[in-house]
Write a protein that binds this ligand. Structure first.
Ligand code: SF4
Length: 94
């Protein structure tokens, strides 16, 4: 499935968010202020993601929208960079 096909499936703004395990109360875990992120809070966020029913949708959403902040789908921005790199390697010129 192409990225454009995935985008068409996941848009418009996602109903999957209503099934997200994270809540606004936990925003600081998923979007820590600069300089406050620590392994403990990152691991807590990832543990919540690990139990989330919409983890795949969340990760795809972040990748398709080039999210550079926060934990999405259980991955940090640095970890998502790997997916972005792989995507660029597999991209086919149209
Ligand atoms: S995967 Fe994580 S960040 Fe994404 S909706 Fe679920 S709990 Fe929230």
């Amino acid at each position: 499935m192409s990225w454009e096909s995935l985008r068409a499936v996941l848009e418009p703004l996602p109903k999957w968010r209503s099934r997200a395990r994270c809540t606004s109360r936990e925003a600081e875990l998923f979007f820590p202020s600069p300089g406050t992120a620590g392994a403990t809070s990152e691991n807590r966020a990832k543990a919540i993601c690990h139990e989330c029913d919409v983890r795949r949708e969340c990760l795809l959403w972040a990748l398709m929208n080039d999210e550079v902040h926060g934990i999405w789908g259980g991955f940090t921005p640095e970890e998502r960079e790997v997916f972005v790199t792989l995507r660029s390697w597999t991209a086919v010129d149209e």
